[in-house]
Ligand binder design. Structure first.
Ligand code: QAP
Ligand code: CO
Length: 167
């Protein structure tokens, strides 16, 4: 068990594209365990392997109030999406920064679980938004990169200022 170090935006490694997990092994399950521990400790509702500098297609999510509904997505694929949402998002790699992103309101995602079983999940609302946010990480995309260049520049300045004051 271990709390992993979360890469902080604008770390270039957040832009790496993750590769599919070829075989789910005990090493994959150990990574999932550590990612879940890291997410719960933060606390957060979602974490992609990219954020802990592992460039494999693994995501952990728990949007439950009781923090006992861990969802593990390995090699996820969105097979259907519908509707429109502009939920206020945050990210453990971009602490203190929050803002809206336009996304689908509902998604159907196909993935493998930690036991290498394929499943299909239809998600709505916050869970659907969280799945899309975390899948973006696997593509090397951070939520602030949906915003205008001006807003991104201001976000970077705010983060730099904060990093200076906490060093
Ligand atoms: C992604 O984000 C997400 O700034 C998961 O200071 C978030 O868990 C998807 C966090 C919202 C959809 C909606 C952020 C914790 C956690 C912070 C998170 C912070 C402390 C973010
Ligand atoms: Co994030």
């Amino acid at each position: 068990m271990a709390i992993l170090k979360i890469l902080q935006y604008p770390d270039e490694r957040l832009h790496k594209k993750a590769l599919p997990v070829a075989q789910i092994t005990d090493k994959t399950r150990a990574l999932i365990h550590d990612m879940a521990e890291t997410m719960y400790a933060a606390p957060g509702i979602g974490l992609a392997a990219t954020q802990v500098d592992v460039h494999e297609r693994v995501i952990v999510i728990d949007v439950s109030e009781t923090k006992d509904q861990l969802l593990v997505l390995i090699n996820p694929e969105i097979v259907a999406s519908s509707g429109f949402s502009d939920y206020e998002e945050g990210c453990l790699s971009v602490p203190g920064i929050y803002g809206k992103v336009n996304r689908a309101e509902s998604v159907t995602v196909k993935a493998l679980n930690a036991q290498n079983e394929s499943f299909v999940l239809e998600a709505h609302g916050l869970l659907a938004v969280c799945i899309q946010h975390e899948m973006d990480h696997l593509e090397g995309k951070v939520f602030v990169e949906y915003w205008s260049k001006l807003r991104q520049t201001r976000t970077l300045a705010k983060l730099k200022k904060k990093q200076r004051s906490t060093m």
